[in-house]
Design a binder for this molecule. Structure first.
Ligand SMILES: *Cc1c(COP(=O)(O)O)cnc(C)c1O
Length: 393
């Protein structure tokens, strides 16, 4: 008999009732150190007092009015994002998938408005993840996500990650845009080297193709800069954001330059919920905290510590771990045994991690994780690895 919850997820047998900072508690009194942060969503941990205050204060006044009216909280957040980034304009969504949908629509409309409606092709990359809508699975293109859901939305070309020559050959008069994650998350924490992102920007400039960056997972301070592309010193034309921007409240956004967005006039796109007073009350507070350079300095310091400790862990457990990858607090442990086993062993030590493709275990702690919590996480991973070594002998 089918379960009452559609069984599309393999869930860990854990149910949490409370969260505080980097910690999650079960109803039976167990406390877990949360180095998954709801898949990079709880960027400021659980029950952050400022976020709770922003949410509850707004909840007592006004939740939703629809985008048929002005929403001052949305205006304030858009102004902050524009001031802090390459973007001239912002559309608010409720998820990364919705941000993907708009990014694709915007790129196609851009060319259609310029009298080149045939210029619809979007180049994307193997191992990518952009969401679960029909367009987003077509964009990612993997068999795992697309099997059985055809016919797929046409118009996507898939290339191998980092193959500059293939990219140059694939960029034609038909190419509307290139869509890429600066750091692949689901794909196994694979950062695109800075010189590749710069080369990509240059190829787009030469051909006119728009550059769409998917910063749903790697954005909002996760890599130690407000957005990951800042490390490479180049900017996109369109950027997808979600996950961390709501700190746990569903919120996403598409940021764009005026040039890329000009064709999106009244009536071309919409969202009933996107950018509600409630979501934006929280989003404004998240943005105020994360965009502060002093906060990002601390993220970088904690990231350096975690990385260094993880390198040590790999060195002491060479049969369990192969390498550390990633940037900032978006780190992955490439495993030599099944990552599911390492994740389960970490659960035994009351540590939450997130699996990814390529047999990687993701470590995505809250951005305000403490040094002591990092030390505790390493100790727990060390014990988990030791337990796996004992059982495999
Ligand atoms: C999670 C994710 C998405 C999809 O976001 P949802 O909020 O689950 O729709 C898209 N792109 C990337 C890079 C992601 O990590």
């Amino acid at each position: 008999m089918i379960p009452s919850i559609l069984p599309t997820y393999n869930r860990a047998p854990l149910a949490f009732t409370h969260g505080e900072g980097s910690w999650l508690s079960t109803g039976d009194g167990r406390r877990f150190l949360d180095f998954g942060a709801g898949i990079a969503v709880n960027a400021l941990g659980h029950a952050h007092p400022d976020l709770v205050a922003a949410l509850t204060e707004q909840a007592g006044r006004l939740w939703h009015v629809s985008n048929l009216f002005e929403i001052p909280q949305q205006q304030a957040l858009a102004d902050k994002l524009v001031a802090a980034t390459f973007a001239d304009t912002v559309f608010f969504t409720n998820s990364g998938t919705e941000s993907c949908e708009l990014a694709i629509k915007m790129a196609r409309k851009y060319w259609s408005d310029r009298g080149q409606p045939e210029r619809t092709q979007i180049i994307a990359f193997n191992g990518a993840f952009h969401g679960r809508s029909t367009a987003a699975i077509a964009a990612a293109g993997s068999d795992k996500m697309t099997a059985g859901f055809g016919p797929l939305m046409p118009g996507f070309t898939h290339l191998d990650w980092g193959d500059h020559d293939a990219l140059r050959a694939a960029l034609t008069e038909q190419t509307a845009a290139v869509l890429i994650e600066p750091v692949q998350g689901e794909g196994g924490i694979r950062p695109l080297p800075d010189q590749c992102l710069r080369g990509l920007r240059q190829l787009c400039d030469e051909t006119g193709a728009l550059l769409i960056l998917d910063e749903v997972q790697c954005g909002m301070g996760r890599t130690g800069r407000l957005f990951a592309h800042e490390w490479a010193g180049v900017t996109p034309d369109i950027m997808m954001v979600a996950k961390g921007i709501g700190g746990g409240f569903p919120l996403g956004a598409v940021l764009a330059t005026e040039d890329a967005a000009r064709a999106m006039g009244a009536g071309t796109h919409g969202s009933t919920y996107g950018g509600s007073p409630l979501a934006c009350a929280v989003g404004n507070k998240v943005m105020d905290i994360i965009a502060d350079p002093a906060f990002l300095d601390t993220v970088n310091a904690r990231a350096g510590l975690l990385r260094q400790r993880l390198e040590g862990l790999v060195a002491s457990h060479p049969d369990i771990f192969e390498e550390v990858r990633g940037i900032g607090l978006m780190l992955g442990l490439k495993c030599r045994v099944a990552n599911a086993e390492v994740r389960a062993a970490a659960h035994e030590q009351n540590l939450i991690t997130v699996p990814a493709a390529d047999n990687v275990l993701r470590l995505l702690p809250p951005l305000n994780v403490s040094e002591d919590e990092i030390a505790q996480a390493i100790a727990r991973l060390d014990r988990a690895a030791a337990a796996l070594e004992t059982t495999s002998k």
